[in-house]
Design a protein around this ligand. Structure first.
Ligand SMILES: [Cu+2]
Length: 256
């Protein structure tokens, strides 16, 4: 049942789907119960004779106590029950050691991705340097940043590896949504938030924005390419080569 959910290829997807189903079925049960009572009351207590008056009364402590206490107990149960699954995904002390760190920057209506260059080190970045031509605010003075690799609307990652995403936004609030990875996290301007995931299957998956961010919100989507380690290494090497060539080109121009 509920196989209309997007294909789950995330290591922690089962837990998320389990919670989703549980809450869904509780909601359906309450919906059916409330409406069944509603319809029964309409029929049972409909006006039978002309001039008959409805029965009025004020307050019922037992009734009011129950409809407050029951939802309270239900929410308390859901809070404690979901915490075990939640803590594996969201608590920073439970985050596995990342195999790859990627920075992600939201911009109306694009996703920018940044990988450290062949030196494995991200160049220093500064908020004040952020612009549409330098979405991460990479400091041009820092040599570590010169070979950093950036892409737009396309993110490549190796399969079966822990990917740590460092997420932010340069304008309004966006939400980084990877449906197949069961990942959804707000991208907040002025803040860097870490999230992680691990894909158990190669393929092309959707990257979406899950926060209405403006008239072009629907355009804000990209592709997540989950590749074998070998394919990913080839891809990132190509990116390094391109970045180095662009760098050499720029230096030549300045020397002339
Ligand atoms: Cu957006």
């Amino acid at each position: 049942m509920l196989d209309w959910l997007p294909e789950n290829v995330s290591v922690f997807g089962e837990g998320v789907d389990h919670l989703f189903r549980l809450i869904y079925y509780i909601s359906v049960a309450i919906f059916v119960l409330v409406n069944a009572i509603y319809i029964a009351f309409i029929i049972r207590y409909r006006r039978k004779r002309k001039g008959e008056k409805a029965y009025h009364y004020h307050g019922n402590n037992l009734l009011e106590f129950s409809w407050t206490a029951l939802p309270f107990a239900l929410f308390l149960f859901l809070a404690f029950y979901s915490d075990g699954i939640w803590e594996d995904i969201k608590y920073s002390e439970k985050t596995p050691n990342p195999d790859l760190v990627v920075e992600v920057m939201g911009q109306t209506y694009l996703w920018h991705f940044r990988y450290p260059g062949s030196d494995g080190i991200f160049g220093r970045r500064e908020r004040g340097l952020i612009s549409t031509t330098n979405p991460f605010g990479i400091d041009p003075e820092d040599p570590n940043g010169k070979d950093d690799v950036t892409t737009i609307n396309s993110m490549n990652i190796p399969v079966n590896k822990t990917i740590l995403v460092r997420l932010s936004s340069m304008d309004v609030i966006h939400s980084f949504f990877l449906p197949n990875m069961r990942v959804k996290q707000d991208a907040v301007p002025g803040q860097w938030v870490d999230i992680w995931f691990n894909s158990i299957k190669t393929g092309e998956y959707e990257i979406a924005c899950a926060e209405l961010c403006g008239s072009g919100h629907y355009l804000m989507r990209g592709v997540l390419n989950v590749q074998s380690q070998q394919e990913f290494d080839t891809w990132i090497d190509e990116q390094y080569t391109t970045a180095r060539a662009a760098l050499a080109n720029a230096q030549e121009t300045t020397n002339e």
